[in-house]
Design a protein around this ligand. Structure first.
Ligand code: NAD
Length: 265
């Protein structure tokens, strides 16, 4: 941390937010940091806002592996944000007193047909864009597993398992377990159509292939964290745990399970 001095701020470009962030920038400069306007030069990237701002910061700065990310919230603390904008003293003293640690979060690598891969920190979701059942052939390591019919599927990272995945009754996975979880969104299960009907978790060396059955559904919505990809004529998604890990500055006394308890119980 001591050697990291090039600091980039990621936030919505509104006059109100610029006003809120200005004192933080001044404070950081007094502490010896240099504020950079190009994230490629940064070794620390501070996201200002909630979890959604954090997810956008990661996507916009291209999952920069040599940077340390820090989430600074404007209101309640989230899953990726351990610090509050009105409590910069706490942030600075935590760093000075060695009360922080770097946590590594797994990401997903998603390849659509023959395009370049893209990455997700929470999840990749695949949904129909028409009111019609969506049919997906699911393969694990190139072996046919099942045919899904319903609204769509979610593939989440462990840290994303508390997001969209949880809303469809997926399990919460400890981010220390390198894995990805596959969950259904409203599958049809009857005597004609059958899927596993529960979420399943794949280990880090598995590859998942989702083949879209082109039955009027060749324009699906592909969600990557909080962005939708506008891709026409998608045929096949290949998803695996990426080699890229994201490094996030967290308070030592705020473990993943502390956040779960604080947010959900
Ligand atoms: P948003 O800003 O409306 O955020 C939705 C909520 O999800 C917020 O309370 C946020 O704190 C929380 N969240 C984000 N990442 C989380 C995580 N890893 N664990 C626990 N909570 C998390 O929505 P957005 O910015 O458009 O999307 C961000 C995320 O919201 C997506 O990546 C997805 O996980 C989630 N989402 C959930 C649903 C759902 O539950 N039905 C639908 C769409 C998106």
């Amino acid at each position: 941390m001591q050697n990291r001095k090039q600091l980039y701020f990621s936030h919505k470009q509104t006059p109100e937010l610029a006003k809120v962030v200005e004192p933080l920038k001044e404070r950081a400069e007094k502490e010896g940091f240099t504020i950079v306007s190009n994230y490629r030069q940064a070794d620390i990237i501070a996201s200002i806002g909630g979890d959604n701002a954090f997810l956008q910061a990661i996507q916009k700065t291209e999952f920069k592996e040599d940077s340390l990310y820090v989430g600074i919230s404007l209101d309640n603390l989230g899953f990726y944000t351990d610090f509050h904008i009105n409590d910069t003293d706490h942030l600075m003293s935590s760093i000075a007193n060695d009360e922080v640690e770097v946590r590594r979060y797994h990401t997903l690598e998603v390849t659509l047909d023959n395009e370049s891969p893209f990455y997700c920190l929470n999840e990749c979701s695949l949904r129909s864009n028409v009111i019609k059942t969506f049919v997906i052939d699911v393969y694990i390591d190139d072996t046919y597993f099942e045919t899904f019919r319903g609204d769509g599927m979610i593939v989440s990272t462990p840290s994303g398992s508390t997001g969209y995945n949880k809303s469809v009754r997926g399990a919460i996975v400890d981010p220390r377990i390198p894995s990805m979880q596959v969950s259904e969104i409203a599958s049809i299960n009857n005597n004609d159509y059958r899927t596993l009907g529960t979420s399943f978790i794949l280990s880090e060396d598995r590859q998942l292939k989702l083949k879209i059955v082109q039955d009027g559904n060749d324009h699906p919505i592909i969600g990557t964290d909080n962005e939708a990809l506008s891709i026409r004529h998608a045929h096949e998604l290949r998803i695996r745990l990426a080699d890229k890990n994201i490094k996030v500055l967290k308070l030592k006394n705020n473990s993943f399970w502390d956040s779960i308890q604080r947010k959900f119980l």
